[in-house]
Design a protein around this ligand. Structure first.
Ligand code: ZN
Length: 136
């Protein structure tokens, strides 16, 4: 009962706000690593940096300027490239990586996934219809 209440309030607060995205997740991970490292180093500067990063994450998730936050996250996701699913949902990315192999189309660069364990297969790119051989 109390937990549902809390979730409802959180959902209400998040409405129309940015919430968590890849950039937010990565920045808070960096902050967490800094906090852990700082247990040993006990540096004032590192704790200030970690606090600023945590503050930035909160500010981004609370922001109502969705367009600007989406643009920032888009640039960041481009930078992440194939690492992106591992940031967004590591559990799902892990089962995906176990079940499929990913290839890049030699013609257009489109990412193609093939079920693992099928041996040598001929892959047809869904975007440009180029065919290429791959070992799954
Ligand atoms: Zn292609």
């Amino acid at each position: 009962m109390a937990k549902q209440d809390w979730q409802k309030k959180a959902a209400e607060w998040l409405r129309g706000r940015n919430g968590s995205d890849e950039l937010g997740i990565c920045v808070s991970l960096v902050a967490l690593i800094l906090v852990i490292v700082n247990i040993f180093l006990n540096s004032f500067i590192i704790s200030v940096i970690a606090l600023v990063l945590i503050g930035y994450t909160f500010w981004r998730s609370a922001s109502r300027n969705l367009e600007a936050r989406e643009n920032e996250n888009g640039v960041f996701c481009e930078f992440l490239g194939p690492v992106r699913p591992w940031v967004r949902n590591p559990v799902q990315a892990f089962s995906e990586a176990r079940a499929y192999r990913h290839f890049k189309c030699p013609e257009c660069g489109q990412r193609v996934r093939v079920p693992r364990g099928k041996g040598k297969v001929r892959v047809r790119c869904p975007k440009c219809s180029t065919k290429f051989d791959a070992r799954s």
